[in-house]
Design a protein around this ligand. Sequence first.
Ligand SMILES: [Ca+2]
Ligand SMILES: [Ca+2]
Ligand SMILES: [Ca+2]
Length: 95
Amino acid sequence: MNKYILITAIGAVYTTAFAADMSAADLKFDTIDANLDGVISLEEATPYADLIASFTALDLDADGQLSEVEFAAKDADNDGVLSTEELSMLTVHAE
Ligand SMILES: [Ca+2]
Ligand SMILES: [Ca+2]
Ligand SMILES: [Ca+2]
């Protein structure tokens, strides 16, 4: 019985954390990679308008997917999140 209560509590905490992530404008690789295969497909990026706008600039090898390396390459402050500021820098630098 105690185990069930603990699992429920963890579930509640996880749901709250996830909701906080989703409400933020910042883009986190693990959050966007919905099927956790290590790459962000165009389908997974679709809900994130900012990411779609920069998708081509981010996809260095143009294979239609963003690897964690490609994602991290634009993460200027290495916090694991592409902020709207980092994405806007990307747009300015795109030629
Ligand atoms: Ca994926
Ligand atoms: Ca790629
Ligand atoms: Ca960042």
